[in-house]
Design a protein. Structure first.
Length: 359
């Protein structure tokens, strides 16, 4: 059996077909799919396998219990998790399920450098799409550049997934976040993001944070021009006030606003209300409050117990219930946590529970 440059044993395509036939002899539930990213997937009853393609081979990694010793796989348990959130039209162009995925955590510690296991990070992205997530949010400062690159490698330029990225915020080795909204810089940043994301046009490009050293209108005008030139399909904003949103809307149609917001932190309620009025998507970052839901924590705990759910699931269910324009993007580097987050779309809060969480 050949060994690739990483020292991982590989299977020829012919050998994989033989093994697939062997599995099919044991069950009628065998599905083999070839994805645009160069991966095949095998579902054998309760086993979900990801086969990483190398040149002319199917590279294998971990070995689940009960699998033939010659057939090592990366796998996920198959379950019935599905993104059941309703839809929103981003910029009147892209119809997406309202629960998305935030890819900030698919990087190294402190959002610097690559993750320990890049293939596992790609597995999370692919699994997200498999269970119905069709909007993925990232930024050029995550890594920096790492999150975008992994998305490009795992998903490529797919028609069924909206990729939203952000620019205008620098990251350094001291873990600082430094606003940089110079128009020439933003133009260069878009070119770099296009390359990492492996696409010709970015679906949604968001100005990450207003730069106090650059006139806000100049930054937004640069993005409007990039949209006119076809490098950006839709323009979004992040970390803005209602007044800044209104100024931006005089320059370009704004598709989304991404501000911090969750059941325990509603300082941007006025921005959410403005987005509702204008039919602009509101992307609440830190939708789970980074584990801190403040004074709402005890209420969230009570509601979670009533639904046999996690507090994180209740926090997401509340966001989806609270406004028709919210697009929560919980992030994780774990497939299990991803599936738990998506399962929140199946939770129906009672009127009394919603009121307790909202008041």
């Amino acid at each position: 059996m050949p060994v690739d440059r990483m020292g991982v044993r590989s299977l020829s395509c012919e050998r994989f077909q033989t093994l697939t036939d062997e599995v099919r002899d044991r069950t009628d539930d065998v599905i083999v799919q070839q994805s645009p990213g160069g991966r095949a997937r095998l579902s054998d009853g309760p086993v979900y396998a990801t086969l990483i393609l190398g040149p002319g081979t199917l590279t294998r990694a971990a070995l689940p219990s009960g699998t033939p010793r010659s057939f090592a796989v990366r796998y996920f348990p198959v379950n019935m998790v599905e993104n059941r959130s309703d839809t929103f039209d981003v910029g009147g162009e892209f119809t997406v399920r309202r629960l998305g995925f935030g890819a900030m955590r698919l990087t190294g510690e402190d959002i610097i450098g690559p993750p320990d296991d890049e293939e596992a990070a790609k597995d999370v992205l692919e699994r997200a799409v498999d269970i119905g997530v069709d909007i993925v949010d990232t930024a050029d400062s995550y890594g920096p550049g790492v999150s975008e690159r992994l998305i490009g490698e795992a998903l490529g330029d797919r028609d069924d997934v909206v990729v939203a990225t952000k620019g205008g915020l620098l990251r350094n080795a001291d873990s600082d976040w430094l606003p940089h909204g110079d128009p020439d810089y933003l133009r260069n940043a878009v070119l770099a993001s296009l390359d990492r994301l492996r696409t010709d046009t970015i679906d949604l490009y968001q100005h990450h944070r207003p730069d106090p050293d650059t006139p806000f209108e100049d930054s937004v005008t640069a993005l409007a021009e990039l949209k006119d030139e076809g490098q950006i399909r839709q323009v979004g904003l992040s970390n803005v006030s209602v007044e800044q949103l209104d100024r931006a809307r005089e320059i370009v149609d704004v598709a989304t606003v991404q501000n911090e917001y969750n059941v325990g932190n509603r300082e941007n309620e006025d921005v959410l209300q403005a987005c509702q009025e204008y039919d602009i998507g509101f992307i609440p970052y830190f939708p789970l409050g980074a584990g801190d839901l403040g004074e709402k924590e005890s209420v969230v705990d009570d509601v979670a117990a009533a639904h046999d759910a996690t507090t994180q699931q209740i926090a997401l269910a509340w966001l989806l219930e609270h406004s028709d324009v919210t697009l929560p993007i919980p992030g994780t580097s774990s497939v299990d946590h991803l599936e738990q987050n998506v399962a929140a779309t199946e939770i129906d809060l009672t009127d009394e529970q919603y009121e307790r969480l909202t008041e």
